[in-house]
Ligand binder design. Structure first.
Ligand code: MV4
Length: 651
């Protein structure tokens, strides 16, 4: 076994690999960019080597620096994690030359799966079903029209070098395919330097179900069943689970066999994932093979009890897989949610910045994989994922309930995040029923995420929690007797309550309702953990003026607690008029001003593009929120922008 390995990655996956290596008694070397001097993976590794400036092209993607760091530290093998160099066949080739082991598949396997046309041909040759279509390059738009007419619309054009949704177009007519051909080949050319396209029948409302495989260098290949990752937004996975709520044992076994056949056909070694789309009638078609450990591997580990990173390291060291297909099984259910620094209410705009508060939930069946800590920076240079939260349960229902409760107990402040959006997904009937498809988010949240409306019961519990919090605050600060009658103004609506103490319980009477609240909260704590009417409930809490901002189950509440007389006076005051729409365009995040679409004196209509800001590898188009006239430009293309910096003024 290796004595020392280097992890050519950052963030949660680097920490994840370090954890297993440590358990195996293997020393670890981290590499880090100038943006990551304080990063958790650097702190957790036994040694760390700086590899250059923040942009990944000059650090995490620089193969020469990775090889040099291995030589400098005596690392015998490299784990690439996911992203970055993980599917670049030049890394294993360069490592081999230097006598260092790549903890992953061969350069050849990576290359043949990287070319989607070749991968599809290999799958067909191995007897694995692929989407009907044309298995070869489509040389021109007119060829695309001919083929599309033969296989019948709708069809999908895809980049040979693609994957993950880039260079893809659906076409329903000759006109659409001509235009799609031009757009997709242009996109493929600029994204991959390879304009080649292929064409296949478009599968409508598919589910994304993938099979985990493990292979050694002795001809042994097993599959570890499936993960369903149908809940995605713009090809970014949001929720993943194992097993799929859709598959029956027969389809599962057939998909597992197909994945193993393909892995054998490419001479695969290491952990890999064979991706399928599954139509509504449970027909499955091979899409692509990911030749790396995947973000969502924890759900497979939770239901199989195996450590995939350990298996990767062992087979890279030449060991045989210690189990046969008949010896692997899964039990229970696991669901993972990806926590991102983004603002779901502003079209999921990335939200880099410092984590002012950060505390991970704990609980039975809960696993958190993260690479951050309170005070850490979510950098504009890298992926905005903060952490992965996974929950296990004997049933899907229990796993989902545990995940929901853990989301309520996750403390994140300082950056916008998708905790509420994740909770909103889990609440959906379609999710609970397991009716998933890649169109789930678009269908369930048309017009984007606008928040969750609480049920009457949830409103009652929030009122009770706010009342109890207020009383607990007063216990600390008030002198003399505390009155029992209060009014909780929750999101503008008054709820008269009577709060009394009975043993360890607070009794909150609200009209004909009566709530018993047991809580251990102290003023200032980020979480109000309680039992309300006998059931556990956890609210995230922030002070809001003299009141509280609460969050639970994806719902946000604003609560003020007043004496009845004060509430009455407040009720008589006229509400403040809505604030003027801003006269400034602000940078929504730190980043680079890529372009300005307007000049001084220009009139603009609501929705028109004003500027493009690049941050976290994404270009974000800023648009006019209303009609107006640009009066002054306050930044120019090429400028580095701070969050909330004024880009332009309008009247
Ligand atoms: C498809 C498809 C429908 N029909 N191919 C998306 C990324 C890449 N892995 C392939 N993808 C798709 N290929 C045919 N013939 C629909 C998708 C697709 C998708 C697939 C998996 C997960 C999410 C998706 C979201 C949109 C489209």
């Amino acid at each position: 076994m290796f004595r020392k390995i280097l992890i050519a990655n950052r963030g949660e996956i680097a920490c994840r690999v370090i954890r297993t290596a440590r358990r195996m008694g293997i020393a670890t070397v981290a590499v880090y960019s100038e943006a990551d001097t304080e990063a958790l993976h650097v702190r957790e590794a036994d040694e760390a080597v700086p590899i250059g400036p923040a942009p990944s092209a000059q650090s995490y993607l620089d193969i020469r620096k990775i090889v040099a760091a291995c030589k400098q530290t005596g690392a015998e093998a490299v784990h690439p994690g996911y992203g970055f160099l993980s599917e670049n066949e030049d890394l294993p080739a360069a490592l081999e030359k230097a006598g260092i082991v790549f903890i992953g598949p061969s350069a050849k396997a990576i290359a043949s799966m990287g070319d989607k046309i070749e991968a599809k041909k290999l799958a067909t040759a191995a007897g694995v079903a692929t989407v009907p279509g044309h298995d070869g390059v489509v040389p021109s738009a007119e060829d695309a029209v001919k083929i599309a007419r033969r296989i019948k619309y709708p069809v999908m054009l895809k980049a040979a070098a693609g994957g993950g949704g880039k260079g893809m177009r659906v076409a329903e007519s000759d006109t659409q395919i001509r235009e799609g051909f031009r757009l997709a080949s242009g996109e493929a050319k600029s994204a991959f330097g390879d304009a080649r396209l292929f064409l296949e029948k478009y599968v409508e409302e598919p589910r994304h179900i993938e099979i985990q495989v493990l292979a050694d260098d002795h001809g042994n290949v097993v599959h570890l069943f499936e993960r369903e990752c149908s809940i995605q937004r713009r090809h970014q996975k949001v929720i993943e689970e194992a097993p799929s709520p859709f598959l029956d044992a027969k389809t599962r076994a057939a998909m597992g066999d197909a994945a193993v056949k393909l892995a054998k056909a490419v001479g695969y070694r290491s952990a890999g994932t064979v991706e399928f789309i599954v139509d509504t009638r449970k027909n499955f078609y091979f899409l692509e093979m990911n030749t790396r450990i995947q973000v969502e591997h924890p759900v497979t580990e939770m239901v199989t009890g195996l450590d995939l990173v350990e298996s990767m390291i062992r087979v890279a060291a030449g060991e045989k897989l210690p189990f046969k297909q008949s010896e692997v099984s899964f039990k229970g259910h696991a669901i993972e949610a990806r926590l991102y620094a983004e603002d779901p209410k502003r079209d999921f705009l990335p939200s880099p910045g410092r984590l002012k508060r950060y505390a991970e939930p704990v609980g039975e069946g809960i696993r958190v994989d993260s690479g951050v800590y309170e005070g850490a920076e979510i950098s504009v240079h890298y992926d905005p994922m903060i952490a992965k939260l996974a929950a296990y349960g004997e049933t899907r229902e229990l796993a989902g309930a545990r995940l929901g409760a853990a989301l309520d107990g996750f403390v994140v402040a300082g950056v916008s995040n998708n905790l509420d959006f994740l909770a909103a997904i889990l609440r959906r009937d379609a999710f609970r029923k397991g009716s998933l498809s890649t169109g789930f988010i678009a269908r369930e949240f048309p017009g984007g995420f606008t928040g969750v409306d609480p049920s009457p019961r949830e409103i009652g519990e929030a009122v009770a929690a706010a009342a109890a919090m207020h009383r607990l605050s007063l216990e600390n600060s008030a002198r003399g007797a505390i009155p029992a009658s209060w009014v909780v103004i929750l999101d503008g609506k008054p709820h008269a309550v009577e709060i009394t103490q009975k043993g360890a319980d607070w009794i909150v009477k609200r009209g004909k309702h009566r709530h018993a609240v047991v809580a251990s909260w102290r003023p200032g704590a980020d979480l109000f953990k309680a039992e309300i009417d006998g059931a556990p409930a956890c609210f995230r809490v922030e002070r809001w003026g003299l009141g509280f901002r609460l969050a639970r189950g994806g719902v946000n509440y604003m609560a003020q607690i007043l004496l009845p007389r004060a509430a009455e006076l407040l009720g008589r005051m006229r509400p403040k008029p809505a604030a003027d729409p801003s006269r400034h365009l602000f940078s929504p995040m730190p980043g680079l001003l890529v372009s300005l679409a307007v000049r001084e004196g220009q009139t603009v209509k609501a929705g028109e593009e004003l500027a493009v800001v690049e941050a976290m590898k994404m270009e974000n188009v800023l648009r006019a929120e209303r009609d107006g006239k640009v009066t002054k430009l306050r930044a120019k293309p090429g400028d580095s922008l701070a969050a909330d910096q004024v880009i332009l003024e309008f009247a």
